[in-house]
Structures are given as structure tokens and as C-alpha cells.
Design a protein around this ligand. Structure first.
Ligand code: NAI
Length: 342
């Protein structure tokens, strides 16, 4: 049950909607940055969820076309467009889950940290609006560098007096999706069975797949571990280079973000068996933010799967210690940015 069944669920939803509208749709989801490369396919996948009653699409660019287009899909949710800062507050009213993929993506040669100067301010301003309009919502941060934008979001929410660490999530689902795909390919396993926890952060060596904790339990040679770990860490750059200046991962990212939205909605709906990896406030290590598997419930993070960090291999233990200084620096950079503003 730890395994995500997003694909199969989505297919079921699709079949059902050809016959009747689902009665249980009741959650409102907002996507901030909905006209973008991630925002559009994410909106499409979220439109397919039977749990969504209203889909709010916000962007500084015109989103009316995206909303009109999506609104013709005969799935239950109503689609609403909000364009420009004057419509931001309304886009957030009564919303249960806010997903933020607004901001610039990488080009070849850039690290995620190179995006800091532009995206830090975008995330700060959008999260301030979330604090003012739907402080109780689950907040999913997609905009990079996630290692810093999540601490920025936390600081903004604290300044507004509404910070709930259980409801602020950095979206690292794509790292898990990639790890599952690459491990299944390399070991000739059925994809649906494979689940690899990925911990740490969401950039370069801070992305740490715990291959020793793969389900089903399988053994890897040292060469396989090195090759798979490096590929999972650099998978984003693989896409950036293949797109040759046209951006970074958008379709696989939308798939991953939609899975995380669906998991959150299931949790809000009372499903007691929802586990995802996410970059959240944490005391699993000495770092204030850390990605790990968490159990998600109606009130957000309910528990940490701390056993994932126990009994690590020597390779994983070394990699964990090696990622800490970089992740710490990214967290502090986020804090410093948010504090400088006040
Ligand atoms: P994009 O450039 O295609 O789309 C970004 C959208 O954000 C545009 O429509 C733009 O108008 C909008 N936007 C910019 N400023 C805004 C503001 N203040 N308010 C509302 N909307 C605003 O970029 P793409 O490819 O969709 O990537 C978005 C972000 O997601 C980037 O920061 C990228 O690095 C990040 N990303 C994160 C991943 C993860 O695993 N967490 C994976 C891939 C990308």
C-alpha cells in the first residue's frame, strides 16, 4: 500500500467519467503558475481527479485559454481562471491544496541554485498571499531551488503568524518517480512493484536514493548502486540538456506533482494509508528541513518513517553525511533571504 498507484487510479477515473460524474468531488485545488510548462499538464492531470470540485488556475500570464480548454473535459471539477496579481487573492479563497510551480526553469549549464535570485521573490510573494487567504491549506512547493524555497515559505508563514509545519511540503516526488523507473529498468522488475525512498533534498548530491530500502527487497552490486545513484541525482540535468535551452522537466514533473496532489487529497478525505516522500520541517537529522517518507493525514504530516534512516549501508551513510553541508547552506540561504525582507 506504500506504493503509489497514480497511473492505474488515473486510468480508472478516466473510465468512470465516460458514464457519470463522481459524487465525492469536494476539494478545491489552486495551481499558481498554471500557464507554464509544468502548470498546464499538472492542471490537466488534476482535472482528472474525482476528488476535485474546483480547479483554480492562477498565473501572471493569461490563463483564460488554458482554463477554457480544460473546462471542456467532462470530469467533475469546475475550472476557474485568475490572471494577474489583482486576482491572486480570489484564486486562493477556500482552497484546500495550493501547488506552486511558478518561476523560471533551468537552462543548460545552470544549477537549481542559479534560479534563486528570481524564484525566491516569486515564492515569497505567493506564499504571503496564501497566508492571507487560505492559511489552513496544504502548500506544495515545486519552484526551485526547493532546498531554499521551502525555508523561505516557512519564514514568510511565520512572519504572518500562520506557519503550520505539518502542511508545508517541498515536492520531491519526481525523484521517487525517477528512482522507481530507473531501478525497474536496470533490474528488470515490474514498475508497479518498485518503491525507492529518496531522502535529503532536491538538488544534485542532496538527492539521496536509499536503494538498500527498495521494495521489493533486491540486491545491487556496488557498480549498480553508484550508477543508479548518480543517474537519479542528475536526471533533471539529463532533461535540461535534451531540451537544449527550452526548459527543464515539465511532463514527468506534472505527473509527479499530480501524484502528490492526489495523495494529499486522499489524506484529506480520510484515507489512513497515505505515504509519500517530501521535503518538510523535520527532526530526523540535525537539519531543520529534510526529505523523507512521511505519513500524511487530514492535518498534514502525521508521522515520519524514521526506520528509513536506520541500518543504512556504508555508501548511504557516507552520502548522507556528505549532503548535509550543502543542504544546510541552502536552508540558511533561504532563511537569510526571508529575514532580510523584514
Ligand atoms: P515555465 O517558465 O514554463 O512556467 C512558469 C510559469 O510561472 C509561467 O507561466 C510564468 O508566467 C509563471 N509565473 C512567473 N512568475 C509568476 C508569479 N509571480 N505568479 C504566478 N505565476 C508566475 O517553467 P516550468 O518549466 O513550469 O518550471 C516551473 C518551476 O518548477 C521552475 O522553478 C523549475 O525549476 C521548477 N521545477 C521543479 C521540479 C521539482 O522536482 N520540484 C522539477 C522541474 C521543475
Amino acid at each position: 500500500a506504500l506504493r503509489a498507484s497514480f497511473a492505474t487510479k488515473a486510468q480508472k477515473v478516466n473510465q468512470n467519467h465516460q458514464h457519470h460524474f463522481q459524487p465525492q468531488a469536494s476539494f478545491k485545488v489552486a495551481v499558481l503558475g498554471a500557464a507554464g510548462g509544468i502548470g498546464q499538464p499538472l492542471a490537466l492531470l488534476t482535472k482528472m481527479s474525482p476528488l476535485v470540485s474546483d480547479l483554480h488556475l492562477y498565473d501572471i500570464a493569461n490563463v483564460k485559454g488554458v482554463a477554457a480548454d480544460l473546462s471542456h473535459c467532462n470530469t467533475p471539477s469546475q475550472v476557474h481562471a485568475f490572471t494577474g496579481a489583482s486576482e491572486l487573492a480570489n484564486s486562493l479563497k477556500d482552497v484546500n491544496v495550493v501547488v506552486i510551480p511558478a518561476g523560471v526553469p533551468r537552462k543548460p549549464g545552470m544549477t537549481r541554485d542559479d534560479l534563486f535570485n528570481i524564484n525566491a521573490g516569486i515564492v515569497r510573494d505567493l506564499v504571503a498571499a496564501v497566508a492571507d487567504n487560505c492559511p489552513d491549506a496544504f502548500i506544495h512547493i515545486v519552484s526551485n531551488p526547493v532546498n531554499s524555497t521551502v525555508p523561505i515559505a516557512a519564514e514568510v508563514l511565520k512572519q504572518k503568524g500562520v506557519y503550520n509545519p505539518k502542511k508545508l511540503f517541498g515536492v520531491t516526488t519526481l525523484d521517487v518517480v525517477r528512482a522507481n523507473t530507473f531501478v525497474a529498468q536496470r533490474k528488470n522488475l515490474k514498475l508497479i512493484d518498485v518503491d525507492v525512498p529518496v531522502v535529503g533534498g532536491h538538488a544534485g548530491i542532496t538527492i539521496l536514493p536509499l536503494l538498500s530500502k527498495t521494495k521489493p527487497s533486491i540486491s545491487f552490486t556496488d557498480e549498480e548502486i553508484e550508477e543508479l545513484t548518480v543517474r537519479i541525482q542528475n536526471a533533471g540535468t539529463e532533461v535540461v540538456e535534451a531540451k537544449a535551452g527550452a526548459g527543464s522537466a515539465t511532463l514527468s514533473m506534472a505527473y509527479a506533482a499530480a501524484r502528490f496532489v492526489e495523495s494529499s487529497l486522499r489524506a484529506l478525505d480520510g484515507d489512513g494509508d497515505v505515504y509519500e516522500c517530501s521535503y518538510v520541517e523535520s527532526n530526523l537529522t540535525e537539519l531543520p528541513f529534510f526529505a523523507s517518507r512521511v505519513k500524511i493525514g487530514r492535518e498534514g504530516v502525521e508521522a515520519f518513517v524514521s526506520s528509513d534512516l536506520q541500518g543504512l549501508t556504508e555508501y548511504e551513510q557516507k552520502a548522507l553525511e556528505a549532503l548535509k553541508p550543502e543542504l544546510k547552506a541552502s536552508i540558511e540561504k533561504g532563511f537569510a533571504f526571508a529575514q532580510k525582507q523584514t
